[in-house]
Design a protein around this ligand. Sequence first.
Ligand SMILES: Cc1cc2nc3c(=O)[nH]c(=O)nc-3n(C[C@H](O)[C@H](O)[C@H](O)COP(=O)(O)OP(=O)(O)OC[C@H]3O[C@@H](n4cnc5c(N)ncnc54)[C@H](O)[C@@H]3O)c2cc1C
Length: 414
Amino acid sequence: MKRYSVFAVAREAARYHTGWERAWKSPEPKKKYDVIIIGAGGHGLATAYYLGKNFGIRNVAILEKGWLGGGNTGRNTTIIRSNYLQDPSAAIYEKSRSLYEDLSQDLNYNIMFSPRGVMMLAQTEHEVRGYLRTAHANALQGVETRFIKPDEVKKLVPIINIDGPRYPVLGALWQPRGGTARHDAVAWGYARACSDMGMDVIQKCEVTGVRQEGGRVVGVDTNRGAIDCDKLGIVVAGHSGVLAEMAGFRLPIESVALQALVSEPIKPCMDVVVMANTVHGYMSQSDKGEMVIGGGADGYNNYTQRGSFHHIEETVRALIETFPMISRLKMLRQWGGIVDMTGDRSPILSKTPLENCFINCGWGTGGFKAIPGSGWGFAELMAKGSSPLCDEFSMFRFREGKFIDESVAAGVAH
Ligand SMILES: Cc1cc2nc3c(=O)[nH]c(=O)nc-3n(C[C@H](O)[C@H](O)[C@H](O)COP(=O)(O)OP(=O)(O)OC[C@H]3O[C@@H](n4cnc5c(N)ncnc54)[C@H](O)[C@@H]3O)c2cc1C
C-alpha cells in the first residue's frame, strides 16, 4: 500500500486526485483463518493490528456485521485520559494514552490526536478527597496528573462559572497530556494497516453462531457461510452477552444506551476537555467549532442506539449551570451507542470457558481511550495465553471476588 505523505498529497493534487487507492480491501471470506476477530470496532481492529505487528500472526479475519467503526467507536465523545485509581487500570490506560501519542506515525494515518488536557471538576468535598487520592495514586503509578485550585481552573477555562449556585468548583484533577482524537480515523487507520498486512477486514458479515468440538472453538457461522479458525476473539461491546450466549457461557455484563450531542459550531472558546461528574455532563470543542457534549447512561437495560430524552435535558441543564454561555446554543445532533457495563466498571480481557475463545468487553462508557492499549494486551493474551496488561481483567474475577473497582473512584468512567 502506498504511504500517505505531503509528497503524495502534492502528487495527487497535480493529477486531480485520480491516483488514490482504496484504503482497505473488501475481500470474500476464506474457508479458514488462524484467528478470527468478531467486531471491527477500535478494540477488534487494534487487536488484529498488534497480532500482526507484534507476533507475526497475519492470517486473520475481522468480521463486522455492519460497517467499520459503526458501533461505539464511531459514536463516542473521544475523551482520552489515564488517571484511573487502581494499578491495573492505570497500567492499561496509560499504555494506551502513550501509544496514542505517536499512533498517527505508526499507522501512517492522521488520527488527529490532540493532547489538549483533560480536567475533572471537583464540585463536592467528597470529590476533592477522591481526586486528591487519585492524584497521589497516579504519582506512584507514573501517570502525570495533579490537583489544581479553582483559580487555575478559571485560568484554563475562562468560560466556566466557578461560583455555581448548587455546586461551586472546588478544584479539579488535571491531566495535561490527556485529550481527544478523531474516532473514525482510529478505526480507519487500524483497518488500513491490517489490510496492508494481508488481513481480511470483512464488513456486512454477521456472526450468527460459534462452532465448537470437544470444548474448543473451531469456527463461526455467519450470514456469508461457515468460517473455520484456530482461535477466536469476541470484541463486540454492547453485544457481548449475545455472542457469549452463542459460545455457551454467561457474562456479568449489562447493556445500556449512552448518548451524546453536539451544538452548532461557534468560534473557539474552550481548548481543554472538561468533565463535571457531580452534575453529570462533559464537554469539549471540536475542530469544526461544535461543542461536543456527553452525559449519563440510561438507567435501564436496552439495545437501542438512541438514548432517552430526559437524559438530554438533564445533561444540558447540568452544563448550563457550569457554563452559562451555552444556554444560547442550538443543539444540532444527538445519537446513542450501546455500552457494556460490568459491576466494577472495569473491562474484561480474558480467556473463556471455551478453549481458544477469548473475550474483550466491558469497556462501558470509557473504552475509546483504551483502544491501542487494549489491542496491545489482548493480542498478547491471544498469542501467548497471558499478558501483564490483561491478566487482572479476567472474567473469573467476579467469581473470585477480585474486583478492580473504578465505579466510585472514577465518578463516571469516561
Ligand atoms: C455516546 C458515547 C460516548 C462515549 N464517550 C467516550 C469517551 O469520551 N471516551 C472514551 O474513552 N470512551 C467513550 N465511550 C465508550 C467507547 O465508545 C467504547 O468503550 C468503545 O468504542 C468500544 O469499542 P469496541 O471496539 O469494543 O466496540 P464497538 O465500537 O461497539 O465495536 C463492536 C463491533 O462489533 C460489531 N458486532 C456486534 N455483534 C456482531 C456480530 N454478531 N457479528 C459481527 N460483528 C458484530 C458491532 O457492529 C460493532 O461494530 C463512549 C460511548 C458512547 C456510546
